[in-house]
Design a protein around this ligand. Structure first.
Ligand code: ADP
Ligand code: ZN
Ligand code: ZN
Length: 695
């Protein structure tokens, strides 16, 4: 603020008393990033800065921990030592001990009981010096994991040329086009990341590695730790299990330039690394990169922006890139690097699709969980001592109606999304246009009465499995089963050591796992993610099937994947079966363009929440009217609708979708309206730019 402005302000400016730290906590680039987030996502700057500076760093409470260390100042001659020994034997013992230490120093706490007063006395007489030394609170010290340094693998041609392009980009002056590494599962993307990171380190630069979730990508983290094992201090892993003290220390190690390889999830995009040379975003398509609390930023997009501000190279990687990033490749904004082969010479797994409509009639038990084909395949694996992964996608609570005889899913007449069942008023509602329909008693297609809501859970799978394969040893991995710290890692270790035959899991096991002995992957209900009221449903299903299928056949044995579905002809299933990203993206892009969805526009969702249903709805109606007033012609405004998740945490929710070719005009218009609207006290309104969660 300028002095003349300060004169007119209705508050008093104070003199600065002293600086907490000579270096600013927020670098100029991160300040620019904060302003951009605030502007783009319509989030208040303070909340953004709170995200950038972890609480552990903002408060003094967790400041560096120190310990007292005794350093020998001068070792007395024999006579004096003998005198001291008679008068104060403890002091003499300490002196002798320190004399024998390589650096003639030791932490006071390690000198034994009663040492403190002896040390103090000797410090007074000048025999010793007492100093305060910073102790690093080392994360995972308790785990005592030993990492053996891994040597870089000789790259295959595809990997080598991808790496060469990344290295060449690092040598060129900015601006750098972001790079997208599209490599099939098992194509050795991680090895490319590792070697690119090593190169940046050799150049004296630092590297930021973003992963979807630290606890879900233990193998990726371990591979980075191993590669840099000889220079352990270079690596900092920012995960949610860090204590405040550990977080404080790691943050300062990063800011000071000691840790130059930072691996972390979403919020690590703000790690205060000086001299960034390379940013890697692994599994860039993952929606966990989108923060679902204030400020609702997308870490991949922020990373791309930060890279441009830092003039550094950014490498996004995936076997199934988001259509947003793919679109950027097609339009020439991003530079595409491709790995089409598996790195270790393995073939892609064979994917078989099982039509569950036939199974349901065959088994007559209502809902068939295991098809005959999958059951037989599991039995064969057990006999041969090979392992199986069973995957059940439980994403989404919103349930669609599906006919168990013909597979028909009830869709909206006007939009390309299934209708969502609302239990409260026994109705089907379209979450795009608001169209409503009554719940049919028989299938509108084949008139079978077997029309049901989709859905069963992993626990049910576990229960049935114990019945049909009593001899198998298995574990279940999902959010419920994995509450305990390290539970996931323990289960994965047991699986790796082949103490388990079968792993049953949700999305948690879809990412980055590499088990050479897994030759069978079963996807129990590929439809679950497909018929949710979200235009990204097809994309997510394709990604999930591809990613999960990619867990099979990663060793010397060929893998097989069995996909159980009620809609075997859906493009998501068929293209995933053929490992055909190009085919999938081509038809999906057509659909997005036709219905004007991202990446052909930006899509934002405004949600109101209140314990009073009427007030939540009324607030949205009012907001909608105000938004309509002077609505820029480029913005499409949807209808006010109950959210698919109509009530959550005791609050009713209503929402409104907005679309616009450009993000900024939309955010500005909404912010302008919100700033002029006083909301009822008991209603919360949330604006989510580039929304990924439409529920
Ligand atoms: P992705 O990350 O693309 O899924 P990974 O990096 O996990 O693939 O690689 C799959 C497997 O191939 C790993 O076991 C890895 O060690 C191995 N691998 C990677 N690159 C090579 C290479 N150039 N030569 C031999 N094996 C490789
Ligand atoms: Zn039917
Ligand atoms: Zn509709």
């Amino acid at each position: 603020m300028l002095a003349e402005q300060a004169d007119q302000a209705d508050f008093v400016l104070r003199e600065i008393d002293s600086l907490i730290d000579p270096r600013p906590l927020i670098t100029p680039v991160l300040m620019r990033v904060a302003r951009w987030i605030s502007d783009y996502y319509g989030a208040n700057l303070e909340s953004v800065i709170r995200s950038i500076l972890p609480e552990a760093v903002r408060t003094e409470e967790h400041a560096a921990k120190t310990r007292k260390v005794a350093v020998l100042a001068k070792f007395p001659d024999q006579d004096s030592l003998a005198k001291i020994a008679r008068r104060a034997p403890k002091q003499a013992a300490i002196l002798k001990l320190l004399e024998s230490m390589p650096e003639r120093r030791m932490p006071v706490a390690e000198l034994g009981v009663g040492a403190a007063s002896a040390v103090r006395a000797m410090a007074k007489s000048g025999l010793l010096e007492m100093i305060d030394e910073e102790v690093r609170r080392e994360p995972d010290a308790d785990l005592a994991e030993q990492f053996v340094e891994s040597t870089p693998l000789p790259l295959n041609d595809e990997q080598a040329s991808a790496l060469a392009e990344v290295i060449a980009a690092m040598a060129e002056p900015a601006p750098h086009a972001p790079m997208l590494l599209l490599g099939v599962t098992g194509s050795g993307k991680t090895e490319v990341y590792l070697q690119a990171a090593s190169h940046a380190i050799e150049q004296g630069k630092s590297v930021l590695v973003l992963v979807p979730e630290i606890s879900l990508t233990p193998q990726t983290v371990r591979r980075f730790k191993s590669r840099f094992a000889a220079r352990k201090e270079l690596v900092a892993v920012l995960h949610s299990h860090l204590s405040q003290g550990e977080r404080f220390d790691e943050w300062h190690r990063i800011r000071s330039g000691e840790a130059r390889v930072v691996i972390g999830a979403r919020s690590a995009v703000f790690a205060p690394l000086p001299n960034l040379g390379l940013i890697i975003v692994d599994e860039e398509h993952e929606t966990t990169y989108k923060q679902e609390n204030l400020p609702r930023y997308h870490a991949r997009d922020v990373a791309v922006l930060r890279a441009s501000f830092e003039s550094c190279v950014i490498l996004l990687g995936s076997a199934t890139p988001s259509l947003e990033s793919w679109h950027n490749c097609l339009t020439g904004k991003y530079h595409l690097l491709r790995l089409q082969q598996r790195a270790d010479g393995q073939t892609m797994p064979l994917v078989r699709v099982v039509d569950m409509r036939l199974e349901a009639t065959k088994q007559k038990s209502g809902l068939a969980i295991f098809s005959d084909k999958l059951r037989t395949a599991m039995e064969q694996r057990l006999e041969k001592g090979e392992q199986t992964i069973l995957f059940l996608n439980r994403r989404g609570f919103a349930r669609s109606l599906q006919c168990q005889s013909c597979g028909h899913v009830v869709h909206c007449q006007h939009c390309a999304v299934p209708l969502t069942y609302h239990r409260t008023d026994e109705r089907l509602i379209c979450h795009v246009c608001g169209h409503q329909a009554i719940v049919p008693q028989v299938c509108p297609e084949c008139h079978s009465p077997g029309i049901h809501l989709n859905g069963y859970g992993t626990q049910k799978v576990e229960e049935i499995l114990a019945k049909i394969l009593p001899q198998a040893k298995f574990a279940r991995i999902d959010a419920d089963a994995m509450r305990r710290k390290n539970a996931l890692r323990d289960a994965l270790d047991a699986f790796k050591a082949h103490k388990l035959d079968i792993l049953i899991g949700t999305q948690m096991i879809a990412k980055g796992l590499h088990f050479p002995n897994v030759t069978l992957v079963g996807i129990l209900n590929a439809d679950l993610g497909l018929h949710v009221p979200d235009f990204r449903a097809g994309e997510r299903t394709f990604q999930l099937i591809t990613q999960v299928a990619g867990r099979a056949g990663r060793g010397d044995l060929t893998g097989e994947v069995i996909v159980q579905t009620f809609t075997p002809h859906s493009p998501s299933v068929q293209f995933a079966r053929r490992h055909d990203f190009d085919g999938f993206s081509e038809q999906e892009m057509e659909f997005r363009q036709q219905f004007h969805y991202p990446p052909f526009c930006h899509c934002a969702v405004i949600t109101s929440r209140s314990t009073h249903e009427r007030r939540a709805e009324f607030t949205m109606q009012t907001l909608r009217l105000r938004l309509l007033d002077q609505l820029p012609a480029t913005i499409q405004l949807g209808e006010v609708l109950p959210s698919p998740l109509i009530k959550a945490h005791g609050q009713f929710r209503f929402q409104l979708t907005m679309r616009c070719a450009q993000a900024r005009p939309l955010t500005r218009h909404v912010q302008a309206v919100l700033s002029k609207t006083s909301l009822p006290e008991d209603v919360t309104v949330v604006f989510d730019m580039d929304a990924y969660n439409l529920s």
